[in-house]
Design a protein around this ligand. Structure first.
Ligand SMILES: Cc1cc2nc3c(=O)[nH]c(=O)nc-3n(C[C@H](O)[C@H](O)[C@H](O)COP(=O)(O)OP(=O)(O)OC[C@H]3O[C@@H](n4cnc5c(N)ncnc54)[C@H](O)[C@@H]3O)c2cc1C
Length: 263
């Protein structure tokens, strides 16, 4: 079973702050992590590989520091990792990101399953998985929370719905996007983390020419959407915490509500 896992390195916060002048993300002082849903995708792939044999290849498009996320994935048990890093990839919208990932998956080839997280906690679109599946013309199942059975030519999974679940049988190769309910991700092993940093590292770096694309087709140039303005909404309301003995502060609360003509 050859499995490809798509992971994204994201800031370790959902409280994303924007530079008011440039409209870009403030990344300074914010640690980067593997996107939480992607850790569950990795766990699923590594467990399947252990049960069925084969290998796990991890793929990520990002700046050079994404190597840390890929090293962690190797530490968890992935066999090899590929970092797509090239200034030509910068400024990609979701279509351009999916196209670049799709081209790289075509180059890797020979896969049975592709795992993605459902959604990245920074970009938050949940578009990449479905778009990559569409590009590759493979079936997709989103919101997977249980892998029930895997056979040579198909897989049976359960996908979460708002008010229940669906049990889906899907031909292989296929792409699954997974949610946190699926499993508990393992911790990386120190020995494997060291392997990731050795001279003969299992992490490769590919640029635009490695995947046979031209700069005009990827990154900002290859994007169909343009961000006109990015801004953080201004909150005018201010909260106030009342602390102390509940009986005493209940009176203060009533006074404050009266003052503000709320009661
Ligand atoms: C016009 C425009 C310009 C942009 N410019 C920039 C920019 O300059 N720099 C920047 O960082 N972002 C930029 N973005 C955001 C960038 O396009 C998205 O972060 C990216 O396409 C992924 O979308 P998402 O975060 O919503 O992922 P989702 O679709 O929510 O992610 C779902 C899953 O897809 C996989 N996935 C997502 N992204 C990647 C990835 N890069 N590599 C591997 N797997 C992945 C993961 O498994 C993830 O869990 C720009 C967006 C637009 C619209």
């Amino acid at each position: 079973m050859n499995i490809i896992v798509l992971i994204k390195q994201v800031p370790d916060t959902t409280d994303v702050k924007l530079d008011p002048k440039t409209g870009s993300l403030i990344r300074e002082g914010v640690e980067s992590i593997i996107n939480p849903d992607d850790r569950h995708a990795l766990e699923a792939a590594i467990s399947l590989k252990k049960a069925e044999g084969g290998k796990v290849t991890v793929l990520s498009m990002g700046p050079p520091q994404t190597i840390d996320a890929l090293s962690e994935a190797i530490g968890m048990g992935a066999n090899e990792a590929i970092l797509l890093s090239d200034s030509a990839f910068a400024g990609a919208d979701t279509w351009s990101t999916s196209f670049t990932l799709g081209k790289s998956i075509e180059k890797i080839g020979g896969y049975d399953l592709i795992f993605c997280g459902r959604q990245a906690i920074d970009g938050d679109t949940a578009q990449i998985g479905p778009q990559v599946a569409d590009y590759l013309h493979v079936p997709q199942v989103t919101y997977v929370f249980e892998i029930e059975k895997i056979q040579k030519k198909n897989i049976i999974v359960k996908k979460r719905l708002e008010d229940g679940y669906e049990r889906v049988q899907c031909n292989l190769p296929a792409l699954l996007t997974v949610i946190g309910e699926l499993n508990v991700p393992r911790y990386p092993m120190v020995g494997r983390l060291i392997d990731a940093c050795k001279e003969k590292s299992p992490i490769k770096i590919w640029n635009a020419s490695d995947i046979g694309v031209q700069a005009k087709d990827v990154g900002l140039e290859g994007s169909f959407t343009q961000v006109i303005k990015t801004f953080a909404p201004k909150f005018k309301r201010q909260g106030e915490m009342l602390e102390g003995d509940a009986k005493k502060i209940a009176g203060t609360l009533v006074e404050k509500l009266k003052e503000n003509k709320l009661i």
